[in-house]
Design a protein around this ligand. Structure first.
Ligand code: AMP
Length: 122
């Protein structure tokens, strides 16, 4: 599957759609989720064109990946989540429930979160 350069996050990166920015540098953008599922719900995306977690993990240079993970941790800390804890979600592909085909990490926190996944039958 080819990267869709018109996906919503690509358009945010191009400045075509606004976002509520949390952090930005040359490689990373972080912004509030438009439909928050917790008191704090922030997304972190690499600026590179990676469709999903697998692409990022396999294709992104090691230093880019390391810095990305460091910044996810730093952003969680800056949001005040480190002491009380938080959850990271990386939905990948159809069964993972990924809606936007640009790799992203969800940071969720601000309350004690519920079950890890929905309660539908296995
Ligand atoms: P996923 O299901 O993992 O692909 O998650 C995509 C997330 O992007 C969802 O939680 C959406 O609420 C969020 N989202 C979609 N459009 C926007 C937008 N324009 N700004 C911020 N978050 C968005």
């Amino acid at each position: 599957m080819a990267y869709d350069s018109n996906n919503i996050f690509a358009r945010i990166l191009k400045g075509e759609i606004p976002c509520k920015k949390v952090y930005e540098d040359n490689d990373i953008l972080s912004f509030h989720d438009i439909n928050p599922k917790a008191p704090v719900h922030v997304l972190v995306i690499p600026k590179g064109a990676y469709i999903n977690y697998s692409e990022f993990a396999i294709q992104a240079p090691s230093d880019v990946q390391q810095r990305f993970h460091q910044m996810v941790s730093q952003i969680a800390q800056d949001l005040g989540l480190s002491e009380t804890g938080y959850r990271l979600i990386m939905n990948c592909g159809t069964n993972g429930g990924q809606e936007v085909p640009h790799f992203h990490v969800h940071i969720l926190g601000g309350k004690r979160l519920g079950a890890m996944i929905g309660s539908e039958d296995i």
